[in-house]
Write a protein that binds this ligand. Structure first.
Ligand code: NAD
Length: 481
């Protein structure tokens, strides 16, 4: 598949003539090219967005909503093709893209297509002063949306949908590692009747294309999801221009398992929360802490289950763990594995730790799901985000110890708590430093709730009306009568 930019509802080649290879992780082969856009392409996309803004921002809410619901329908109608494209680009099992990624992309448009019709502002009457204050919320203008490779269409649309619902025009960049579904989205939005210039999709790497979006003086808001180091760089570029920023960054999420939990449900979910999408979900529980009383039982059962997860080609329905996203990413994960192997006194590999050769796809980027027992939470593997099929486990003694371990990282994206003790739940959910705490569940969220991290996991919130707040600016009007 050869991919082009989507600017002004037209496919366009990069002005520089530079292209990047697009790899299929399952086979390790190149299967197409994508534009490596630069500031000239971003400027072209910006101009298209700017030209579309006066009309789109004045388009009635009913009309905007109707178009968004049509986009949602078309994503559903193209579920199979989109899931296949996402899996081919990313290495995730097709069944996962079909069950999670693509339906969620459709839900994003559907949710904001409805939410914008319910978005309201407030009036404040200053009684006794004969004044009335009211607030209006205006779209910002042209905004930038930049997304990562792990949940490609899901996270791309999670930004674009509220941005356009609120009346903005968008310059969006998907990850250069997984461009395919963003490319297909261009066709879909056009078919749904989205006017030219409202959504412009530019492809390319972070340093040229992403940086040009962030550094553009007239793109006044940036919604970014990706790594913490990239987020810090974006903040440094954008801050002197006083851009509005939403940064959804990395995580090192604790999974706290108490002896009083529903053991079977916990075990099933923990296998999923550790290795779904090859462990490449920012919300995966990568540090597992288990209460001493059930530690040995859990260790045996968990390792047993993980050993039985089938690593294989993403097209096969029996595959539980597909390929990781790129050769470079597999090497990064393997560096952590090598580090662990070199320090057996601190790291005990209970299962996994090696490459998997899948027959007929020998060059694919496959890794065994890996469980490593660690002796301290201060170790490298518990402090740095690996973002692959690798989890660590260690025991804790009591609630205070569990809390100290959970909060003992620079990250604060999510946490999972397994307990049936209501008082403990109430105490710990207050104290765990994370944007979301799941209790006896995982990856389960109502789209109306705010989503985001604390500490180095980011600033700003996506989801719900918070995203519409982000993509609009409040203006207060005060009238004395
Ligand atoms: P990344 O930071 O390398 O890239 C993310 C996006 O930013 C890509 O589109 C990339 O091209 C672009 N980019 C890179 N440098 C840029 C620059 N200088 N200016 C502008 N854009 C630039 O992240 P990744 O490897 O694609 O994704 C994995 C990371 O994303 C992990 O750390 C993961 O935890 C995080 N993530 C966070 C969330 C969340 O909601 N908090 C969700 C998913 C992934």
């Amino acid at each position: 598949m050869d991919i082009k930019n989507f600017i002004n509802n037209e496919e366009q080649i990069p002005l520089s003539g530079f292209w990047l290879d697009n790899y299929e992780p399952a086979s390790g082969t190149i299967y197409g090219e994508i534009p490596n856009s630069n500031e000239d392409d971003v400027e072209k996309a910006y101009q298209a967005a700017k030209a579309a803004f006066p009309s789109w921002s004045n388009t009635s809410i009913d009309e905007r909503s109707k178009i968004m619901l049509r986009i949602a329908d078309l994503i559903e109608e193209n579920l199979g093709a989109l899931a296949a494209a996402e899996s081919r680009d990313n290495g995730k099992p097709v069944w996962l893209a079909q069950a999670v990624d693509i339906p969620r992309a459709s839900s994003n448009f559907r949710f904001y297509g409805h939410a914008i019709t319910q978005y309201a502002t407030k009036a404040h009457e200053s009684v006794g002063k004969n004044t009335m204050n009211y607030t209006i919320r205006k779209p910002i203008g042209v905004v930038g949306c930049i997304s990562p490779w792990n949940l490609p269409l899901y996270l791309f649309t999670w930004k674009i949908a509220p941005a356009i619902a609120a009346g903005n025009c968008v310059v969006a960049k998907p990850s250069e590692v997984t461009p395919a579904t963003a490319y297909l989205l261009g066709e879909i939005v056009e078919k749904a009747g989205l006017p030219a210039g409202v959504l412009n999709i530019v492809h390319g790497n972070g340093a040229s294309c992403g940086q040009a979006i962030v550094a553009h003086p007239d793109i006044k808001a940036i919604s970014f999801t990706g790594g913490t180091t990239t987020g810090a760089h974006i903040a440094r570029t954008a801050a002197p221009m006083f851009k509005k920023l939403s940064l959804e960054l990395g995580g090192k999420n604790p999974n706290l398992i108490f002896a009083d939990c529903d053991y079977d449900k916990m075990l099933d979910t923990t296998v999923r929360s550790s290795f779904a999408n090859q462990g490449q979900i920012c919300l995966c529980g990568s540090r597992i802490f288990v209460q001493q009383e059930i530690y040995e039982r859990f260790k045996t059962d968990f390792v047993d289950r993980v050993k039985n997860l089938r690593v294989g080609h993403p097209d096969q329905s029996s595959t539980k763990v597909g390929a990781v996203v790129s050769a470079g990413h597999r090497e990064k994960i393997e560096e952590y594995l090598a580090f662990a192997k070199a320090e057996p006194e601190n790291y005990r590999i209970l299962t996994g730790g090696n490459r998997v050769i899948v027959k007929e796809y020998e060059k694919g980027y496959y890794l065994e799901p890996t469980v490593i027992e660690v002796s301290s939470n201060d170790c490298k593997l518990n402090q740095e985000e690996i973002f692959g099929p690798v989890v660590t486990i260690m025991p804790f003694t009591d609630e205070a110890h569990a809390l100290e371990l959970a909060n003992g990282t620079k990250y604060g994206l999510s946490a999972t708590l397994w307990t049936n003790d209501l008082s403990r739940t109430m105490r710990m959910t207050q104290e765990i430093e994370a944007g979301i705490v799941w209790v006896n569940t995982w990856l389960n969220r109502d789209l109306r709730t705010p989503f985001g991290g604390v500490k180095d996991s980011g600033v700003g919130r996506e989801g719900g009306f918070e995203a519409l707040d982000f993509f609009t600016e409040p203006k207060n009007v005060c009238i004395e009568y």
